[in-house]
Ligand binder design. Structure first.
Ligand code: A2G
Length: 389
């Protein structure tokens, strides 16, 4: 993946990105032939969200003359280096959720992701360049939003995440492969950050002294959740681990959160990771990469709406320590994200896809602003949790 069709990735990102899009668009028709499509290929459209994988929407014409859509993704194997195990995880949990949905008379094709297999029955296809591709049925009549448009969205996606955790609460966590070990081990993220500082690979340390200081002074926070997990006070559960607001599909007609998507990181984790990450990305007045920090505020109203929804569906499964740390989790997962973005900036932008100069730094500053807001509001956040627990 450092090397795309003979052009080094880091040399000229935009050029390479466009070249990839053209190349892939041209090749999509050939690539999707390896999957069990119900119809004739019409077109593939690039879908520009997500910092990790490449996503396309594929349209085919089915036998009844109707358009059917699929999600088609190139898995970033630099990050997900065992696609076989990764896809096995996804198959297991979507089957588990699908059965529950069906038992209640729902439609699994709408309420969870459903893998489309390859012609030879596999969960993914490896092309001649060793790129790994997978396909899902498209969830129709629903969409994702990069940013919350109305408070009701937060209440309803909160309910959806709570429901998702509950649907998986009887799935044995040991049956899942640990796709990205220590993914939300904030203490370890902090250690990696210190290493990035020492290495100063991109020579950027001097440019961001204030941001570095902000992070270093919060070392204690990074150990709280992992310590409680190690002491057995917080239970290891099956969790999503990447509950960005745009990973919940919202029904276009009812605004209900109908399905939790992007299941690559579903593995053992803390319920608090999912709650915290939802707050980081949902209870904010701006996009994750908004540069104008005067527009970036943590929204207590959105925090309250989400908390109300989440506790309505998942509240009775959580123990006291979990409930006690909900408000804190929002702050610490946002801090963790600031650590990761700033760490990647210091490393020279090697993990997250970027599309402008200083993109990771802009993202890190945005997250730091949210952490500051949450620190200023922590007592009121706890009061809100207490109101609904
Ligand atoms: O970007 C990606 O989705 C990351 N996923 C997630 O952890 C978070 O950092 C997010 C920020 O927008 C992976 O690293 C797999």
């Amino acid at each position: 993946p450092e090397q795309w069709y003979g052009v080094t990735y880091r040399e000229d990102r935009d050029f390479v990105k466009n070249a990839i899009s053209r190349m892939k668009a041209y090749r999509l028709k050939e690539l999707v032939k390896h999957f069990q499509l119900e119809g004739k290929f019409l077109k593939g459209i690039g879908h520009n969200s997500g910092h990790i994988n490449d996503t396309f929407v594929i349209e085919v014409l089915n036998l009844e003359g109707r358009i059917k859509r699929y999600i088609f993704q190139r898995i970033n194997t630099k990050i997900f280096n065992n696609p076989e195990k990764l896809m096995e995880n996804i198959e297991k949990i979507t089957t588990h959720i699908g059965k529950k949905v069906e038992a209640l008379g729902g439609d699994p094709l709408r309420e969870t992701l459903t893998i489309v297999k390859t012609l030879d029955g596999k969960n993914f296809y490896v092309d001649e360049d060793n790129e790994v591709w997978r396909m899902y049925h498209y969830i129709e009549g629903a969409k994702t939003y990069m940013k919350v448009e109305k408070p009701e969205h937060m209440y309803k996606t909160g309910k959806a995440l709570g429901k998702f955790q509950k649907q998986l609460s009887d799935f044995p966590v040991e049956d899942l492969y640990d796709t990205l070990p220590n993914f939300h081990n904030t203490a370890m993220r902090f250690e990696n950050f210190k290493r990035a500082l020492e290495n100063n690979r991109a020579g950027r340390v001097d440019l961001v002294r204030d941001e570095i200081q902000f992070i270093l002074s919060r070392e204690k926070d990074t150990r709280v959740l992992i310590d409680l997990l190690e002491k057995g006070k917080l239970p290891l559960r099956v969790t999503h681990n990447d509950t960005k607001f745009n990973n919940i599909m919202i029904d276009e007609a009812t605004d209900e959160g109908i399905a939790v998507i992007d299941l690559d990181t579903v593995m053992g984790g803390l319920s608090l990771y999912d709650f915290g990450d939802s707050m980081r990305s949902g209870a904010t007045t701006a996009l994750e990469d908004e540069e104008d920090l005067s527009k970036v505020n943590f929204s207590m109203e959105l925090f309250e709406e989400y908390t109300r929804g989440f506790l309505e569906t998942a509240g009775d499964t959580l123990n006291k320590e979990e409930l006690d740390h909900l408000a804190f989790s929002a702050k610490v997962i946002t801090l963790e994200q600031a650590i990761r973005f700033l760490g990647d900036y210091l490393d020279g932008d090697i993990y997250y896809k970027i599309s402008k100069e200083n993109h990771n730094l802009i993202r890190a500053r945005n997250q730091i602003k949210l952490v500051k807001d949450m620190e200023a509001n922590m007592e009121s956040m706890k009061d809100i949790v207490n109101k609904y627990r």
